[in-house]
Design a protein around this ligand. Sequence first.
Ligand code: F6R
Length: 598
Amino acid sequence: MCGIIGYAGGQADRNVVEVLSSGLSKLEYRGYDSAGIAIADPSVSVYKREGELEALEEHLPEGTVDALAGIGHTRWSTHGPPSDENAHPHTDCEGRVAVVHNGIVENYRELRDELEAAGHVFESETDTEVIPHLIEAALEQGADPRFAFRRAIERLEGSYAVAAVFHGREEVYATRDQSPLVLGVDDGCALLASDVPAFLEYTDEVVYLEDGQFATIRPSGIEVRDERGALVDVSVETVDWDPEDAGKSGYDHYMLKEIYEQPRSIRECLRGRPRPLEEAVSIEELDGLSRPTEVQFVACGTSYHASLYGARLFRERGVRATAFLASEYDVERLPVDDGTLVVGVTQSGETADTLRALRTANGVGARTLAVTNVVGSSAAREADHTMYIRAGPEIGVAATKTFSSQQVALAMLSSALTDECSRRFVEALRELPDGIQSILDGSNARAVAEEYVGADAYFFIGRGYEAPVALEGALKMKEITYEHAEGFAAGELKHGPLALVSEATPVIALVNGRANTDRMLGNVTEVETRGAPIVAVTDDPGAVAGHADHVLSVPETHWRFYPILANVQLQLLAYWVANRLGRSIDRPRNLAKSVTVE
Ligand code: F6R
């Protein structure tokens, strides 16, 4: 949902343009409709282009540039289609101020009318362009740059992370409200970005800016002020992500790398939590959180599918639990009380729909818990409690390793909060990384993908704990292949979807050999009779013999964890179909990783 970066620094070995463009390459997962940078050199020079970052890179100045500060942006369009004009940075009439923005200025229409009436000339259709013109108006009234920036921001309604450079100033001004912004500090330079991986190669020392705070970054360091202009004593935190984690490490795509990272990310998620001796699961950061009387999950997309899985785990342990699409939650006015725990499951911790749902829940007195991957994210800061899934940075737009970590985290959460566990449960949790590794080592998903490229549609079916993974398998397939794919609870097929099934629609059936096997095989037979090819994803090849055209194997595990393993085969299947079709796997069309608009 747009990525922004800023840099102020004077090291001889670092060129502002290179720092900005390398940062943007790490932020492209947030949007890739256009990209641009502005450098204070010391006038303000802007370079921007429609399309992916490569299109911009051809137009950037080469060699040393005489600038110590700059800003950059990668765009996911909201107001105005992708074009050179609508690309950020945007400037004022004189080109003395350049601004990048992530978020939405809700009152931009009225501000634009006011500014145009005062003689300002606009060049784009964006909401953002009002910001440099508001700054210009304040400068004309005699404000200094820092104050002019603040005055402009005070006029905005909506959500934003904004950064600006000014003619003749070797610094970047920035602020945020409901959109992410993190600062980085190092000797002789300071950085800011929508997300840490953008500057991880330079520093791992970060400051999470709060909503309403204003930052100035300079080669000599950072300065943070509160809404009233008073200096804030910020705390610098060290992130423990390895810069290598943010690169592709030799894989063709981030998505494939992230699929292969799952044994490691699951190990991290588990670290210190399952207690074999006590036959228990303990989540240290949730000490003191008592058993809820009811759990309501709020989440979107893949995280919603993980929540469906989590809700079932709680229900099985006798706790009323429901998963809600976060975007639908606040209109339903659900009854909650102080025994209700509302769990926001969000990889990024910045999804606007999920944040709104969490705020709604807070507002009506529920306890809130964020299950997230990003330390210091808005969800982590706003919820009463936070559990981290510790998957490390995920750059591919399609969520893979964070989904499996969410499933594992929710399995542990359901056990820890209800105090229900068993030796087998703990052992099986600890065996998951090896189970995933064996799938990665032996998967024939590529060959199966080859077989079915060109199908009319792909249907995914599963029952019980498998049903959410059927939905997730279909989501992954459609988002990266652009082919039609649907997931169903297998029992629902006969109530309508069966009409879609034909010889040209492979059905990917999740057959768990330890749960619902016979009923699932009944559903497989329904589609088989209609001529659909069957790909069985199973830990029980014997059960599917005579039904399946192809088998994707899953090693033996606790029956509740079968879907965690089975999903890895579905990720690989989607990846290889998309690869064969030559799709833009890490940056599928029209999508962005972090969806910060409602
Ligand atoms: C799909 C995908 C999205 C996200 C959704 C929520 O692969 O990644 O469906 O799951 O946008 O994002 P988070 O988890 O960051 O709240």
